[in-house]
Design a protein around this ligand. Structure first.
Ligand SMILES: Cc1cc2nc3c(=O)[nH]c(=O)nc-3n(C[C@H](O)[C@H](O)[C@H](O)COP(=O)(O)OP(=O)(O)OC[C@H]3O[C@@H](n4cnc5c(N)ncnc54)[C@H](O)[C@@H]3O)c2cc1C
Length: 320
């Protein structure tokens, strides 16, 4: 049977999320190296033109509930069986983090989570993922017939193939008995910034901001000027300066931006676990011994209340 790589594409307002298109871009490279075909799956209606332009030749449009874990497990299982896929890729979103371990158990497929790279070596997919809270990287191979991988958003560059619209195959898996979750309401987050997990730029503030008012007056305007998403350390969240959805770290969100600016954040291991794979880290801290400097691409030993407005002015000039 011919090999097939299937990408689970999450959508937002009907359009594929950027993280899904990144995965298709990477999937195309893997498919070429494996001599496999590349297909996509969506829950609901398929944007066959966009998915085709990123290299999917077929898109499986699966009926089901995209908002519940159970719905996603059933839908991806249906698409795996319809497509005969042996490699399944998904972005490590909150939903996929919940659904893929269950899918793995249900279909007996090996799963590698939070990958930051995928490559083909000797005809097999090799996944690279951080271990020990990001202190080391492990290369992992899956030996089961079907292999599942979740990857961190922003790990792969977007590259369109300019391909024709994908062929659409409708799939209607039977809903599994015992589904107990029903979507009641979707609450949009306050502010219209890109979600932290997909953001290309993040400006995060720590306990040193000292109040919600100062967090709002310093971190958010700098983030806006850099077209970045605001984030926070747990200490800042616990103190009420920012919301729980803004927390970066082991018990918050794992982020992987091109640029991460840490304002007055010490660099505790639990914070690093959520952001150390960022491509460029800029740390502003008064204490030259702060652990964050060991991981920073650029370190500024200074008072954040002086540095942040100066950076803001420069971003405003540069990004006019
Ligand atoms: C189980 C567990 C899970 C955790 N999960 C997370 C998590 O997900 N995310 C997370 O962030 N933390 C997490 N933590 C907490 C973590 O251990 C740290 O306590 C937290 O990250 C510290 O936040 P902070 O850097 O803002 O504060 P601090 O450690 O207090 O650091 C403040 C820093 O600001 C600097 N500073 C002060 N004033 C200024 C100024 N004016 N200008 C410049 N620099 C200044 C100081 O030098 C200091 O380095 C977790 C802890 C545990 C035990």
């Amino acid at each position: 049977m011919s090999k097939n790589i299937l990408v689970f594409c999450e959508t937002e307002a009907g359009a594929p999320r950027k993280s899904a298109l990144e995965l298709l871009s990477k999937g195309r490279e893997l498919a070429a190296a494996l001599g496999a075909s590349l297909s996509a799956m969506v829950i609901g209606a398929a944007d066959a033109t966009t998915l085709g332009s990123y290299g999917a030749t077929t898109v499986y449009a699966v009926s089901g509930d995209a908002s519940s874990t159970e719905g996603v497990v059933t839908a991806v299982q249906g698409a795996v069986s319809a497509s005969g896929a042996t490699v399944v890729l998904a972005s490590a979103s909150a939903l996929a983090r919940d659904a893929f371990p269950r899918l793995s158990a249900r279909i007996g497929a090996g799963l590698v989570v939070e990958c930051t790279d995928l490559r083909v070596d000797g005809g097999r997919v090799v996944a690279r993922r951080p271990i020990y809270a990001g202190k080391a990287l492990a290369d992992v191979e899956v030996r089961s017939a079907i292999a599942l991988y979740t990857t961190r958003p922003n790990s792969f560059p977007l590259s369109a193939s300019g391909g024709a619209a994908a062929a659409v195959v409708a799939v209607s898996p039977a809903a599994s008995a015992g589904t107990t979750v029903k979507l009641v309401e979707v609450l949009a987050p306050a502010g219209a910034t890109v979600d932290l997990t997909e953001a290309e730029r993040i400006v995060s503030g720590g306990r040193s901001l000292k109040s919600k008012e100062q967090f709002d007056a310093v971190v958010r305007p700098l983030a806006a000027s850099a077209r970045a998403t605001p984030g926070a350390s747990r200490a800042a969240v616990d103190a009420g300066y920012a919301g729980h959805g803004d927390q970066v770290g082991q018990t918050g969100k794992v982020v992987n931006p091109t640029l991460y600016i840490a304002l007055g954040i010490s660099g505790a291991i639990q914070h690093l676990a959520g952001m150390r794979t960022s491509r460029v880290i800029v740390a502003v801290n008064k204490d030259p011994e702060a652990p964050i400097f060991q991981h920073a691409s650029y370190g500024i030993v200074a008072d954040l209340f002086e540095v942040a407005p100066a950076l803001q002015k420069e971003f405003q000039k540069a990004l006019l």
